[in-house]
Design a protein around this ligand. Structure first.
Ligand SMILES: [Zn+2]
Length: 493
């Protein structure tokens, strides 16, 4: 009995000591320590190289200061303000969402930015490229994120290009975006001549161009000719590889979204594979990146999957929910009488599209990841994680997909020298994941993707810590906060 009591007290003291230590060294959610150390991490870098480790990562303020073999008595452990033990966990660069829209309302109904930000951070997104939102608000949000005043990913603003009636106007509109503080501009539904002039002025102003390339006056050939930075979505790529124009029924009207999306699902099948190869090669040669946003179209190939996503239960804001419901007034809410035939066409459409993205990459093209959430049953954060899975379906290995979501995003943003990698001197944007995403990309989801996985992880799955600019955010805490935002909003409703 005595011996047992002695053992007990030793164990208790050990526990207390350990607990006291972890109390002192545990990072605080949303507060940047002077020196944060992540120990025993297996790292997956943003350049597609194999995982390696374990290593200790030392972060000073907002930069990675040292990456070293684990050692129990290293000086930096004594001077650290916070330590995260990453034993059994994987550390990746923070994910870059190349296609986001800052939204604090949908169809006039309010929804706080905070809701978006917490979902993005909770899903491991440390950078978003905003490709069109309300400029005045976006500029304020960008600044607040930069100073750490709000918990939000880094924000790069590619502002809507408003167009112009003549060359003088077009050039002045581009210069105006630059003067407002744009990192780039977003164009869509643009005619050939306006595009040529706007792109020329953008080059002079050092503005990058994201093109939602549609079935319109311009297509991928123009992107190659005029110096587009990245193609968003896809339409203009197959459109450039047709013989003539797509076959459409005589009563087709592009403004009818049901028709537009229905026949978009029959576009890739009309491409000439040989001509498509030429288009892809031309894009690669012209250094145009491709941000395919597979995830945002998934409702078209499987509507039932889209409307029953498990995270809707706790995390779908009623404002988004109302926006998603079929309504011709809301962009992307077009699912009236969507048929199995539509889905079958879309499944074929995806196959050809995915192969084109893989071929583009194999030819040397840069593929990135974007989600375009806030439309078509796509939730912030979850949309990007689904994009990663769909890129694996397109034929990429998980390691390559992670490079698309990190290093490639940084390249396209022009920030490859300090973002998207786990390297000394780089900005401390990192995520700590409960498990190995190379084995299973489902691992990145917080919850709801697989009941066995949820059980194994005790409901604490997915990304555990998202570190943005040296500030650690505890993902389960963020999700609990989102749940509360949603609960209160539902109550008010
Ligand atoms: Zn968009």
């Amino acid at each position: 009995m005595i011996r047992l009591a002695q053992i007990c007290s030793i164990v208790c003291i050990l526990f207390l000591t350990f607990d006291a230590n972890s109390q002192v060294k545990a990072p605080q959610n949303g507060k940047r320590p002077n020196q944060l150390v992540i120990t025993n991490a297996i790292i997956v870098d943003g350049n597609g190289t194999p995982a390696e480790g374990p290593v200790n990562i030392v972060i000073k303020q907002n930069r990675i200061a040292e990456i070293a073999a684990p050692s129990k008595d290293a000086e930096y452990l004594k001077t650290a303000d916070a330590i995260i033990d990453a034993s059994g966990k994987y550390v990746l660069p923070g994910l870059i969402n190349m296609h986001g829209h800052l939204q604090d309302e949908r169809a006039g109904k309010p929804m706080p930015f905070d809701y978006q930000y917490k979902l993005w951070l909770g899903c491991g997104i440390t950078t978003i490229r905003d490709v069109g939102s309300e400029i005045s608000k976006a500029l304020v949000e960008k600044e607040k994120s930069k100073t750490g005043e709000i918990a939000a990913p880094r924000i790069f603003l590619y502002m809507w290009f408003p167009g112009g009636n003549n060359e003088t106007e077009i050039r002045s509109e581009v210069r105006d975006l630059k003067a407002k503080g744009a990192d780039g501009m977003k164009i869509w539904s643009i005619d050939h001549d306006t595009f040529r002039i706007a792109a020329d002025e953008a080059k002079k102003q050092g503005l990058k161009i994201a093109h939602h390339v549609g079935v319109e006056d311009t297509n991928a050939w123009d992107d190659a000719a005029f110096g587009t930075t990245s193609i968003e979505h896809w339409y203009g790529v197959p459109d450039a590889a047709l013989h003539g124009v797509q076959h459409l029924p005589p009563d087709f009207n592009y403004n009818n979204e049901l028709y537009r999306f229905r026949y978009a699902g029959r576009l890739w099948r009309e491409t000439d594979p040989e001509k498509l190869k030429l288009v892809l090669q031309k894009l690669v040669d012209s250094n145009v990146a491709w941000d395919p946003t597979f995830a945002i179209y998934e409702a078209s190939r499987d509507l039932q999957r889209a409307i029953t996503q498990p995270w809707f239960k706790d995390y779908l804001h009623p404002t988004l929910e109302a926006y998603f419901a079929p309504n011709p007034e809301n962009h992307g809410s077009f699912f009236f009488g969507w048929t199995n035939t539509d889905e079958v066409f879309w499944k074929e459409n995806y196959k050809i599209w995915m192969k084109a993205v893989k071929d583009f990459s194999d030819m040397g093209g840069i593929v990135t990841t974007g989600e375009d959430a806030g439309f078509i049953y796509e939730m912030y954060g979850f949309g990007l994680l689904r994009e990663l899975e769909l890129q694996q379906e397109a034929g990429f290995q998980p390691r390559e997909v992670i490079a698309h979501a990190t290093g490639n995003g940084a390249k396209v943003l022009g920030k490859a020298a300090e973002l998207g990698r786990i390297k000394v001197g780089y900005l401390a944007d990192l995520i700590i994941v409960n498990g190995n995403p190379l084995e299973n990309l489902h691992i990145l989801f917080p919850t709801g993707i697989n009941p066995t996985l949820d059980e194994q992880r005790g409901g604490k799955g997915g990304v555990e810590w998202t570190i943005k600019d040296g500030i650690p955010y505890h993902a389960p805490t963020l999700f609990a906060e989102v749940k509360e935002i949603v609960r209160q909003a539902r109550e008010k409703k």
